[in-house]
Design a protein around this ligand. Sequence first.
Ligand SMILES: Nc1nc2c(ncn2[C@@H]2O[C@H](COP(=O)(O)OP(=O)(O)OP(=O)(O)O)[C@@H](O)[C@H]2O)c(=O)[nH]1
Ligand SMILES: [Mg+2]
Length: 332
Amino acid sequence: MLLNIFLFKGKKIRDLEDLNIYSYPIEIISINDKILVNKIIKGHDKYECWQKINSNQFKIAEPIAQFINDLNIYSSCINGKIIIGLIFDNEDNPYDYMEIFKELLNEVLNNGNGYSFDDEIEVDNLLISMFIDIKRFGDEVIEKPPEIEYYYQRETFFKIFLFGIDEVGKSSLVRRLKTGEFNDNFFTPTRKFNIEYIPVEEKGLFALWDMPGQKAFRSKWLKGLQDSNIILYMIDVANQRRFEESSNEFWNVLNKNELNGIPLLIIGNKTDLVRLSNESNNAQLAILREELSSFYNFNKIKNRKWNFLFTSVKTNFNIDNVIPAIFNLLSS
Ligand SMILES: Nc1nc2c(ncn2[C@@H]2O[C@H](COP(=O)(O)OP(=O)(O)OP(=O)(O)O)[C@@H](O)[C@H]2O)c(=O)[nH]1
Ligand SMILES: [Mg+2]
């Protein structure tokens, strides 16, 4: 399984004082690991990597495999200036990934659009999109954990894409579904794509993609959406101040043509924070539902099956209905 992707960049790659290291999704290699960094760079010494390049095309050297400090590293050198590498689980064979690694690099760098390594956002995007593509290739083509393989064979593997602005309760929902737990003080904004596998009895295996909701990460949502079987959009119904922002983000994504036809479940979470007098819960929720509907223009949702569900991850309200609601949409 792919664990990490990293990139070294500097005016002179061998000058560690001037070297920048980027990684995704976690920092495994730091500039302070001088010996490790040096060894990775030196690994490319013997090969064509450091030759001069005289063309506009990026030259991507054959990747080399190294095993350093217990890390299974597979890296390639680009134009003698940049090293991009993958870190795998120790038991993985990096050569299984040779073709896809080279192909993806070529696709991104030599597509005629003039890739710039000077633009940090481009570098970030390169790492994230390659990470996702290589990981997907690994999960789907090379090594499926037995459990996942079983579900693939039975064709009951579902990718569920969960998004929404920050702090609405997405990660809390995933944790609730996976472990049954909820922790009030568990406020840890998600910073990376979080993928949890949840087997659902007699139905199949859910791969729940829990997206980070903070502004800086929203441009990455579209990266993760590919191949989703259903999309889930979560709203914090108690936080009216952010309805407008949330509605804008909702429509930004829904308006993408490639998502036509993909079913949608909208989850109105944190009902426990909306003051409801117990006896008339249903009537009050119906009113709230109407308000949300007109605010978010739910009536404009076209080209897909969709549904709406109120929940409280905190009190467990309707949590048991989340998976049935998903299956209803998937199976009709
Ligand atoms: N009262 C109440 N609090 C909730 C509920 N669901 C989640 N929370 C709390 O809301 C906060 C944010 O929850 P998260 O699950 O981290 O939110 P998120 O949508 O994953 O946020 P990002 O990862 O930043 O996008 C946490 O403190 C949770 O405990 C709920 O139903 N009711
Ligand atoms: Mg989260």
